[in-house]
Design a protein around this ligand. Structure first.
Ligand code: ZN
Length: 211
């Protein structure tokens, strides 16, 4: 990732659809902190054709397309590298209760990739999600500005977004950085923190500017 800045290319535009063409939006809250949540909070539903099992591929628009940015800001190789990192982190998931491993990979504005996985607990409530694990690791290593995060989980053809707690945690460090919701086959849907948590309560509200 060292030469990540050098590789940044022009902003690409693909699959632009008019507002009228976009599928109807319906979003349902969810989380994946425990097995209970998996049953109580269905995830986004996505209607897609059969995807490649290995190739990087952006999917969209989906039923949650109104939260997704169609324009890409990271080149494909950076997106793939970030998703690969989240996949690798997912293998370290400690999720014996939900059996729902999740991996996350944060790209800092200086090009480092910081990963995390979900770490469950017998109390259930003390479970920490992959996204927050990654954020805490990044902050502990001196990073507070991020360009993107990839989050990978597997639930059929659905894309797994962050739970509310993680959205708030991500918003602490900016609303504009990108979120790649990915599946193990490396298909992904792109959105941003701000899109995932509109009208958020964030440091601006308490007149704090993160350094
Ligand atoms: Zn979470």
């Amino acid at each position: 990732m060292k030469d990540i800045e050098k590789r940044r290319g022009s902003v690409r535009t693909t699959n632009k659809l008019s507002q009228k063409q976009r599928p109807q939006f319906h979003i349902r809250p969810h989380c994946y902190q425990s097995a209970w949540c998996l049953f109580l909070h269905p995830l986004y539903s996505v209607n897609n054709n059969v995807m490649s099992q290995t190739a990087l591929k952006q999917v969209g628009p989906s039923v949650n397309a109104t939260t997704a940015e169609i324009n890409k800001h990271l080149p494909d190789d950076e997106v793939e590298e970030l998703i690969d990192a989240s996949l690798a982190a997912r293998k370290n998931s400690y999720s014996p209760y939900s059996k729902f491993p999740v991996g996350a990979a944060l790209l800092t504005n200086t090009g480092e990739v910081i990963t995390g996985c979900n770490v469950e607990n017998a109390s259930y409530g003390l479970t920490v999600c992959a996204e927050r694990t990654a954020v805490c690791r990044a902050v502990a290593e001196g990073h507070r500005k991020f360009r993107a995060i990839a989050i990978t989980a597997e639930m059929g053809e659905k894309f797994v977004g962050p739970c509310g707690m993680c959205r708030q945690t991500l918003a602490e460090f900016g609303l504009d950085y990108e979120v790649y919701l990915s599946r193990p086959d490396k298909t992904y849907m792109k959105t941003t923190v701000g899109k995932l948590l509109p009208d958020s309560f964030n440091p601006e509200w308490v007149h704090f500017e993160s350094q």
